[in-house]
Design a protein around this ligand. Structure first.
Ligand code: FAD
Length: 470
């Protein structure tokens, strides 16, 4: 006798949803994914993929801008030949995102996963069971349900985005041109990334930060480096400046700060955080608990307060990263379908801020070490002494390693460098596999390479002894 296949219904087709669907498929479940916008979700269509594609272009622009210092000429006679074709740039970004979304849809379809393009909601309460999703009228019944509806950009209380001059990060690729004078409100990760990219592409950027420095939640040394680079490249960084409102004025915008000052520009980009997409989808009626900010409460195996209903990704507010959403989704399926499963370990999550240079970090932070919560020895090696960095003309950045006193186990690290997103991997592996600085120090790195700074930083910890460095 063959047992019936377990049925899984997934609301939301971003990384939290589609990665879960692939795991459930491997485990033999019958899966339906309900998504209203497109597979890959906001991650692929409007957020992560488009912004990183934009940043590939802006980084190339920065590299080309160094041409003269590398002995190259980038001019035709006296005329510079480097410029931005904004419509072509935005078209490429949107085409690449659509293509990636199609690839994911094809992959899911090839696995036999059913995809319904519709807005869905839990048909709980008097309507039915929390294990039924109402997809625009079609009822999808399941044994386990995963909610992965993501989050959407917040606006200022006094300053709604209009998609023309006042923009969220999802509207910028529909502009007909490059913003001439872009005011970026918010200096967290998204604000810093867009400010960095548009300054490099040629916009005059003003970055409005309510805090003393940009990237207030990140490694302080890294934030200081980035703010220095921003200012040196001509960005107007306004610290301790809370934006109260934004309005259109003629062909431009005016941002009013809490102290009454006004900042004018051609466009304003709002990067003031993300709100969970958890309203109007039947969660309260089904008994799914939300926290005070509207995020779905989950445990470390993605269970919500309702048995058989799981949640993953930005709608849980755990850590708003595609990699975390995907892992939460996979864990939910392993758990729901009876596989052995390890609760998510957030202390091992590596993340990158794609400014130029990039900031990548993993493991314990400088702030936790400074607060005395984790005893650690810290070494910070400037990138400027690395031979490969000198060859490329990179002078900003460092490699920092946190090691456990005595054992020398790697506890964390921060890399500020071009492609730091790639350079962080050895430190991530070290943390995941309980490796010591000694083991990293004894590993061959390429000469000359930026990754040579990782092994050198590990050697430096050893040189001074893991007990001796403060
Ligand atoms: C500008 C920007 C850049 C970013 N860059 C990075 C990065 O470089 N690296 C990184 O790791 N993370 C990045 N992130 C974060 C990353 O995009 C999110 O963490 C990720 O998208 C979360 O995935 P998710 O599956 O939770 O939701 P999403 O990707 O938001 O997908 C949710 C899906 O659910 C659908 N949906 C919602 N409600 C319903 C409903 N009721 N019915 C049907 N469908 C519904 C939506 O249409 C959407 O398709 C970035 C975010 C932003 C804003």
């Amino acid at each position: 006798m063959t047992l019936p296949r377990p049925r899984v219904a997934i609301l939301g087709g971003g990384p939290g949803g589609y990665e879960a669907a692939l795991v459930a498929s491997q485990l033999g479940a019958e899966i339906t994914v309900i998504d209203e916008d497109g597979l890959g979700g906001a991650c692929v269509l409007t957020d992560c993929v488009p912004s990183k594609t934009l940043i590939e272009s802006s980084s190339t622009m920065t590299s080309l801008g160094r041409a003269a210092s590398l002995g190259l000429q980038l001019a035709d006679g006296g005329n510079p030949v480097l410029g931005v074709d904004a419509p072509a740039l935005y078209t490429r970004i949107k085409a690449l995102a659509a293509d990636q979304s199609n690839d994911i849809a094809e992959h899911l379809a090839a696995e036999g996963i059913r995809i319904i393009q519709a807005r869905g909601r839990l048909a709980g309460g008097p309507l039915g069971s929390p294990h039924t999703i109402d997809a625009d009228g079609e009822l999808v019944q399941a044994d386990a349900v995963l909610i992965a509806t993501g989050a959407s950009p917040r606006a200022l209380p006094d300053g709604a985005a209009d998609g023309e001059r006042i923009l969220t990060c999802r509207q910028i690729y529909d502009l007909p041109e490059l913003p001439e004078e872009l005011i970026v409100v918010g200096s967290g990760v998204t604000g810093a990334e867009f400010a960095s990219a548009f300054q490099a592409l040629g916009s005059q950027v003003t970055l409005v930060s309510s805090r003393e420095r940009v990237l207030p939640h990140e490694d302080k040394d890294a934030a200081v480096v980035i703010e220095g680079v921003f200012r040196r490249r001509g960005m107007n960084v306004l610290g301790k400046s809370r934006a109260e409102s934004v309005r259109r004025k003629g062909d431009g915008v005016v941002v009013t700060l809490a102290d009454g000052r006004e900042v004018t520009g051609s466009h304003c980009l709002l990067t003031v955080g993300m709100a969970p997409c958890t309203t109007g989808i039947g969660l309260a009626e089904a008994g799914v608990h939300l926290d005070a900010r509207g995020f779905i409460e989950v445990d470390r195996v993605s269970r919500t307060s309702v048995p058989g209903v799981y949640a993953a990704g930005d709608c849980t507010g755990v850590l708003m990263l595609a990699s975390v959403a995907a892992m939460q989704g996979r864990i939910a399926m392993w758990h729901a379908l009876g596989e052995s499963v390890h609760p998510i370990r957030l202390s091992h999550v590596a993340s990158t801020i794609f400014t130029d240079p990039e900031i990548a970090s993993v493991g314990v932070s400088q702030a936790t070490v400074d607060r005395g919560e984790v005893p650690a020895r810290v070494v910070k090696l400037p990138l400027a002494t690395n031979p490969r960095a000198k060859m490329g003309g990179f002078r900003d950045g460092f490699v920092k390693i946190f090691a456990r006193p005595g054992t020398g186990l790697v506890l964390g690290g921060v890399v500020v460098a071009p492609r730091a997103s790639e350079l962080i991997l050895p430190l991530s592996i070290a943390i995941e596999q309980n490796l010591s600085v000694e083991q990293i120090a004894h590993t061959f790195s390429i000469y000359p390479s930026l990754s040579g700074s990782v092994t050198e930083a590990a050697r430096t910890v050893m040189e001074f002894g893991t007990d001796a460095i403060a």
